[in-house]
Design a protein around this ligand. Structure first.
Ligand SMILES: [Cu+2]
Length: 166
């Protein structure tokens, strides 16, 4: 009995994240999760974060969800015939073992769509990410100012990359 109690205690101690704001899911460590304040009436926002895979097997970011958005997609931004475009990654984003993948303006990002309300600077927006192997992990996006590392194409490029109105 004593042994079992101690084991349980040890396990709970080791699952506490090292730093406030960081999140862990299995062998994945997620840091620097952030977003930007949304302009008036905006229905979309980008989500950015760093994912490190400390394990020996590949994993895959396959989706996300949150009360603040009707839909969360994983997008890739790329130059296409001189035009900055975005496309959803239907199969998700691979996180190779030993590698760190950064979601940042101008590259991979989370697309939070059908926002239920504005993001204001200083907000912490709760979001759940889903990984193929590590499962679900909840974290919060630190909302920065409107112009924080904002690529000009971000908001404007969204109406047509999927062919859908949002
Ligand atoms: Cu996008």
């Amino acid at each position: 009995m004593q042994f079992i109690a101690l084991t349980a205690l040890a396990a709970s101690v080791f699952t506490v994240p090292a730093q406030a704001g960081d999140a862990k899911a299995g062998d994945l460590v997620i840091t620097q999760a952030w977003s930007r304040a949304t302009p008036n009436g905006a229905k979309i926002a980008g989500g950015y974060l760093t994912i490190e895979n400390k394990g020996a097997a590949a994993d895959r970011l396959v989706g996300g969800s949150g009360d603040i958005a009707g839909k969360v997609e994983i997008h890739e931004m790329a130059m296409n015939s001189g035009v900055m475009t975005m496309r959803p990654l239907d199969k998700g984003l691979a996180i190779e073992p030993g590698k760190t993948v950064k979601l940042a303006p101008g590259g991979y990002h989370l697309m939070l769509m059908d926002l239920k309300g504005p993001f204001k600077q200083g907000d912490k927006v709760p979001l759940t990410l889903e990984f193929e192997k590590a499962g679900k992990v909840t974290l919060s996006l630190d909302v920065q100012g409107v112009g924080a590392q904002a690529p000009a194409a971000d908001a404007g490029g969204h109406m047509d990359h999927s062919g859908k109105k949002m």
